[in-house]
Write a protein that binds this ligand. Structure first.
Ligand code: GLU
Length: 477
């Protein structure tokens, strides 16, 4: 079978990471199967859709590195790939169902529907559409039209159980009578989601529908439509939602939720793909750091979890840090540059800049961290970070260390890693101060912090003059 899957976002906002996870899973599966990955824009809700959102979504998918084989921007044999450009197809298919007696015009107003629904509920009957317009005569239709009513088209849902075998969830059955006759084409000619989705998936020959399980309740309606058209039903795979740490659906309340926000903060696309993939799937090897190629090679639906995944930012940060540490310094420097520029730092020559990046690389979880982590190189006079640090600077032994350090500084030309080490050795011999008591005060004077990256490297980057000035600040005359 030639696998064809699709990602079908509605362009009503930024690409949410839950949707990104759906896109990734479709894409990985398509690549694993040597199939096609199709991008379809579901913009039939004209009030909520915008071209800007569509452009943002395409940009974020590109950033993630997900490339589609057919889509609105590149076309393909089953286009157009934007629902707003397929309205004639929806009309034609709705008319086909009308002609076959599987759909009907409905003139009920929202008020009438609501009133009958409340009555039905009060009488203990089903709240579904009651079938009022199923069998209107031509005369009845003309009377409604004369009153200026414009009809919707409703699908007449057959009274049968609807079952399907979901790849992730197994057998799912929706008993007969559960779903009422639903609207497929609105009075203004726009299709509803379920109808457009089936017409598109059918015509685009989609073989597998992989999506969030918030769409599970739509599936029986869609299956009923496939059956009405006499089309083969694709296989469905409903993947569990992503929840926040409080086990409610992941939303803005939990922090960043759009791919764009993650990109801005300096998460790497490979790390985000890796992390989002592992939210609902695991490698048989138990390993967690998996390249995109390994995700593709190893993907297997039988290892997709049925229970909701909890979004864990601490784990994502860790994973992103792993990817940052794997990067070569010149490349990492390129990626960090925009952040440093935004911070307004006066940047040194490229070789010194790369040295700075090398020094802070192990401590970065996101690229934006580079601003705080390199701050020590750009401030004139770093302040001790807390009381404990100040106390350390005021110790008697520290004063001896600083005096000795300043004297040794006069003996060198340039500050280098080796010179710094040598100076510290001599200072230790001269003063008898060793270990933490020796190193920590020097670190605090040079960086303001009690802990941090390799100090000799930091000193080399700061240079002799700045080291002198920073140590001198804390020497009591
Ligand atoms: N436009 C729908 C959504 O964004 C697509 C659902 C589907 O994949 O069928 O939720």
């Amino acid at each position: 079978m030639n696998v064809r899957v699709r990602f079908a976002p509605s362009p009503t906002g930024k690409l949410h990471i839950g949707n990104a996870r759906t896109a990734i899973m479709n894409w990985v599966f398509a690549r694993h199967e040597n199939g096609q990955f199709i991008l379809r824009i579901e913009d039939s809700d004209i009030d909520r859709s915008s071209e800007e959102s569509e452009a943002d979504i395409l940009k974020d998918l590109h950033w993630l590195g997900l490339h589609w084989d057919e889509g609105p921007d590149i076309g393909g044999p089953h286009g157009p790939y934007r629902q707003s450009e397929r309205l004639a197809m929806y009309r034609e298919h709705a008319e086909r169902l009308l002609q076959e007696g599987k759909a009907f015009y409905c003139y009920c107003t929202p008020e009438e529907l609501e009133e009958r629904k409340q009555k039905a509920i009060a009488e203990g009957r089903s709240a579904n559409y009651d079938g009022r317009c199923r069998h209107l005569t031509e005369d009845e239709r003309r009377t409604f039209e004369a009153k200026g009513r414009r009809p919707v088209i409703r699908f007449h849902v057959p009274e049968v159980d609807l079952s399907f075998s979901d790849i992730v969830r197994g057998e799912v059955t929706f008993p007969a009578g559960q779903i009422g006759d639903f609207i497929i084409l609105r009075a203004d000619g726009m299709p509803t989601y379920n109808f457009a989705c089936v017409v598109d998936d059918g015509l685009m020959q989609i073989t597998h529908v992989i999506r969030g399980d918030d769409h599970l309740s739509n599936t029986p309606k869609q299956i009923a439509l496939y059956q009405a058209f006499g089309w083969p039903t694709p296989q469905f795979a409903h993947i569990p939602m992503i929840l926040g740490p409080d086990r409610t659906r992941l939303s803005k309340r939990h922090g960043a939720t759009s791919v764009e926000e993650f990109a801005k903060r300096g998460y790497l696309p490979q790390a985000l793909i890796n992390y989002l993939s592992l939210l609902s799937w695991s490698s048989e090897s138990g390993e967690e750091i998996l390249s995109v190629q390994r995700l593709i090679d190893e993907f297997d639906f039988s290892r997709v979890s049925k229970s909701p995944a909890i979004f864990d930012i601490v784990k994502l940060n860790w994973m992103n840090g792993v990817y940052i540490r794997q990067m070569d310094v010149p490349h990492l420097t390129d990626l960090c540059l925009p952040y440093l520029e935004k911070a307004g730092y006066k940047l040194p020559e490229r070789p010194v800049l790369e040295k700075m990046i090398r020094v802070v690389q192990p401590s970065l979880e996101k690229l934006e961290d580079v601003i705080a982590k390199t701050e020590m190189f750009f401030t004139d006079a770093p302040e001790p970070e807390n009381e404990q640090a100040i106390a350390m600077l005021n110790r008697e032994s520290t004063q001896k260390v600083f005096w000795s350090f300043l004297r040794q500084l006069e003996t060198i030309g340039q500050m280098t890693v080796d010179q710094f080490r040598r100076i510290m050795k001599v200072v230790s011999e001269e003063t008898g101060v060793i270990g933490k008591d020796l190193w920590m005060p020097v670190r605090i004077a040079l960086t303001g912090k009690m802990h941090g990256p390799d100090l000799p490297l930091v000193a080399e980057i700061l240079g002799k003059e700045k080291c002198r000035r920073l140590i001198k600040r804390w020497v009591m005359e």
